[in-house]
Ligand binder design. Structure first.
Ligand code: HEM
Length: 488
């Protein structure tokens, strides 16, 4: 945070503290309701809750879950955040109708980045239609052609590596995934001709989303100004591309084309602004999440060599059946690799906290059978990063053990729905999950078939300071080119 941000943040905090004080007085004077409210996290008044949260949400949740159980409320300035932890209560979080628990209020901070007229800037009925456009753009028939492009991008990227060398795996996978996302989502024009310009603009958009942006998304700080300039320029670039595609009558195999061809129920076509906004939303949803997961997958397979070897063996079996070919259906046969990715993502979900806003009073029942009334106006939160490691669901939850998902164990299924929530679930479950797995599998099957690796830097840690929690520092690996064949 720079000096200007600090000052504005402090002023905001002062304002919020005044509000809180007024609320405290009002709550003391107000008559007691008969509601069975969840227990409250004890913290010093006014900004105590905020400080505990900022010191680390996950340690706070761990401590309070042990003391208070699966439902508890944290007072943060003038807000009440009620946590739902564990599959028994998070089912309510994921399945509740929009009229009861909605996303729009809590994810408003995305609006200046995604732009007007899309996703959290529109009513639920329009948003649902826009999510239908995502669903259609990510159908199996579309995924098949995206996979072909992913494979070409991976082959091309790694062909530039030498016979041996040392690289930062995190940096390399981030770059490859930007290229792939450009090709499959943003389209050929950006990937082939405008890649550097558009990447730089997306970089500014990305940097414009900071922790402070969640509270004050329009604060006039330099990062937000750069974000707004970049957003305007991206809109110009896509307007030109969309017009040129429409006038040429040419159709491409990418998400941009799907959004151009999408129609609302009333027959209206998408506007240039909406198409641009939806593409930005797709990139924000899928790019960092996928590159972080591909890096953790590599880091864990290299640390626990038995899983690397098992994944190599699987590649050999698949090559025995299909030769060197890689396509959607062949990637779908890679169960060992799938479990290695899924387990890395269980331990390190990039979205550590999911939020909703409560529009109505409702009741939840905890694992122990306690009933709590959740009032209208609370923010409701659940945490994949914490819930994915609950010991009553996962044996040795902090251990990397991809076989926990194998037939016969399937710990996530045995414990019931919403036990594994890296992709959320229910009403707003991730629409890009199959795309993400295919992309990470396309990269890792190429690497497993063409290289040997050794992790030469210490095993990485989480970077808790990022909005999308990623890998801290470099992940240095030594590689040596080798061609995997069915007999070696
Ligand atoms: C490893 C990669 C990914 C992870 C961990 C991930 C995680 C998530 C999570 C946790 C949610 C639910 C948010 C909530 O309930 O508040 C979500 C929603 C969503 N994701 Fe993903 N995601 C990934 C990749 C992708 C990709 C590649 C795309 C698209 C290309 C995508 C598109 C979406 C969309 C459109 C939603 C909103 C669904 C709705 O609200 O109905 N995601 N994702």
């Amino acid at each position: 945070m720079d000096l200007a941000e600090h000052k504005l943040f402090a002023a905001g905090m002062l304002f919020a503290a005044t509000l809180v004080l007024a609320k405290l007085v009002a709550s003391v004077l107000a008559p007691r309701s008969g509601k069975r409210l969840p227990p409250t996290v004890s913290a010093p008044p006014v900004i105590g809750g905020l400080l505990r949260f900022m010191r680390g949400p996950i340690p706070m949740i761990r401590e309070e879950y042990a003391k208070l159980g699966g439902v508890f409320t944290l007072n943060i300035v003038n807000r009440k955040i009620t946590f739902f932890i564990g599959s028994e209560v998070s089912g309510h979080f994921f399945k509740a109708p929009e009229a009861q628990l909605s996303q729009q209020e809590v994810y408003q901070f995305n609006v200046p980045t995604f732009g007007p007229g899309v996703v959290f800037d529109v009513d639920y009925s329009v948003r649902q239609e826009q999510f239908r456009f995502f669903t259609e753009a990510l159908r199996v028939t579309k995924l098949r052609s995206y996979v072909d492009q992913m494979v070409v991008e991976a082959e091309d990227y790694f062909s530039k590596w030498g016979d041996s060398g040392t690289v930062d795996l995190k940096y390399e996978l981030e770059h490859l995934i930007i290229l792939t996302a450009s090709r499959c989502l943003l389209g050929r024009e950006v990937r082939d001709n405008l890649f550097d310009d558009v990447s730089a603009l997306f970089h500014d958009l990305d940097n414009g989303m900071r922790p402070i942006s969640v509270i004050f998304p329009y604060l006039p700080i330099p990062a937000h100004r750069r974000r707004d300039r970049a957003r305007a320029r991206i809109a110009e670039i896509f307007s030109t591309i969309i017009r040129s595609r429409k006038s040429s009558g040419k159709s491409e195999d990418d998400m941009l084309q799907c959004f151009i061809d999408s129609k609302y129920k009333n027959g209206r076509s998408t506007t240039e602004g909406e198409i641009t906004g939806l593409l930005i939303a797709a990139l924000f949803a899928g790019q960092h999440t996928s590159s972080i997961t591909s890096t953790w997958t590599g880091a864990y397979m290299l640390r626990h060599k038995q899983y690397f070897s098992a994944a190599v063996e699987e590649q050999k079996e698949i090559m025995a059946r299909h030769g060197n070919k890689l396509d959607h259906d062949i990637l779908s046969e890679m169960d060992v690799l799938y479990r290695c990715i899924k387990e890395a993502l269980r331990l390190h979900p990039p979205l550590i906290m999911l939020l909703r806003y409560s529009h109505d009073d409702f009741t939840v029942t905890t694992k122990e059978g306690k009933e709590y009334d959740i009032p209208k106006g609370h923010i409701v939160a659940t945490s994949p990063a914490f819930a994915n490691r609950l010991p009553h669901i996962y044996k040795n939850p902090d251990t990397y053990d991809p076989d926990r998902f194998a037939a016969g164990r399937e710990e996530d299924k045995a414990a019931g729905a919403f036990s594994y929530i890296s992709f959320g679930g229910g009403r707003h479950g991730c629409l890009g999950e199959p795309f993400a797995y295919l992309q990470i599998k396309a990269i890792w099957s190429h690497l497993l078939r063409n290289f040997e690796f050794e992790l030469v830097s210490p095993f990485p840690q989480n970077n808790w300071n990022a909005m999308v929690v990623g890998v801290k520092g470099e992940v240095m690996v030594r590689y040596k080119r080798r061609k995997l064949s069915v007999d070696n």
